[in-house]
Write a protein that binds this ligand. Structure first.
Ligand code: ADP
Length: 217
């Protein structure tokens, strides 16, 4: 199964993909984690990525696409993409990276810009793993959660604006393909997890029925 998670900054994508990994056996490709690793290298590419991330802009498509395509190749089977695609050009590149095998599900976690700002003001992130920290300590490595540098208000406003301009058309791209599901991201995290689980089970059942009727023909 191939899933992509979409939604404004602060919508809860990072929290839900941790659950998808734990309970549905999906391998998570976190674009920002992939980018942070590449940004740490002392190369012109590393500098370009660092500058884009710290300003709240998008990393140029060509750089992101190369890095994510490599991560997809390494991961192989069932995956969930967190933070990719964020532009229509990245959608087209994703088609190519999956070599004709389509995305099964695109999930939009829908929250208002006001809710996004309020959540980001409160949120803490693991400085090592980049995952959301809810209870003081990172669920993966136990580090103390910190405020991300790009969670400062002016950078957040820029990220929200970039989302409207660049990423909103991505929702329409997946809607046209009939795979977009919008969930209310302002609901409590456990409720979102439950709804996401229902959607996944429904898709799994449909693909089992599809495979069985294919065998009967
Ligand atoms: P958000 O909370 O905005 O969803 P992320 O942690 O997913 O934040 O991403 C942080 C930053 O990494 C973005 O603001 C952007 O600079 C960069 N980034 C992440 N994914 C992409 C992408 N698909 N294309 C370009 N830049 C990206």
């Amino acid at each position: 199964m191939r899933i992509v998670m979409l939604g404004r900054p602060g919508a809860g994508k990072g929290t839900q993909v941790l659950h998808l990994a734990r309970c549905h056996g999906l391998e998570v490709i976190s674009t920002s984690e992939v980018l942070r690793r590449a940004a740490a290298t002392p190369t012109p590419r590393g500098t370009a990525i660092r500058e884009a991330m710290s300003s709240g802009g998008l990393v140029p498509d060509a750089l992101v696409v190369d890095l994510v395509a490599d991560a997809i190749d390494e991961a192989g089977g069932s995956i969930v993409l967190d933070g990719f695609p964020r532009t229509v050009a990245q959608c087209d590149a994703l088609d190519h990276a999956f070599s004709g095998e389509p995305v099964d599900l695109a999930v939009e976690l829908d929250i208002s810009p006001q809710e996004a700002q309020a959540r980001i003001r409160r949120r803490r992130t693991c400085p090592t793993c980049g995952v959301p920290v809810a209870g003081g300590r990172c669920p993966r490595c136990g580090s103390e959660g910190v405020r991300r540098a790009d969670d400062d208000l002016d950078v957040v406003l820029q990220r929200l604006w970039v989302y409207e301009r660049e990423t909103r058309p991505v929702l329409d791209w997946f809607r046209r393909r009939g795979v977009l599901v919008s969930l209310d991201g302002s609901a409590p995290a456990e409720r979102v997890t439950e709804e996401l689980g229902n959607v996944i089970r429904c898709i799994e059942r449909m693909s089992t029925v599809g495979a069985a009727s294919g065998r009967e023909r």
